[in-house]
Design a protein. Structure first.
Length: 77
């Protein structure tokens, strides 16, 4: 249970930093770091939730991860 809380806190921190980077910086290379960190933190939480058979939590992390990266994909496209 402690591992799940650590990964959830990691996702919150990474998500907050991603939002700050998108709003204030939108740098040439910093978006790659923000998107990669969001995908890694979200993916770790998704796998942890799937391992514990928490389907709704896994879907929520998937939705939040896609939402964090969606703005960058619109800009890059």
């Amino acid at each position: 249970m402690k591992l799940k809380k650590c990964f959830a806190l990691l996702f919150l921190i990474v998500g907050f930093l991603t939002v700050l980077e998108f709003v204030f910086v939108r740098g040439m290379f910093t978006w790659l770091i923000a998107v990669a960190a969001s995908i890694l933190a979200g993916g770790a939480n998704i796998l942890l939730c799937l391992r514990n058979r928490q389907w709704m939590d896994a879907a929520l992390y998937l939705l939040a991860t896609v939402a964090l990266c969606m703005g960058y994909l619109v800009i890059a496209g």
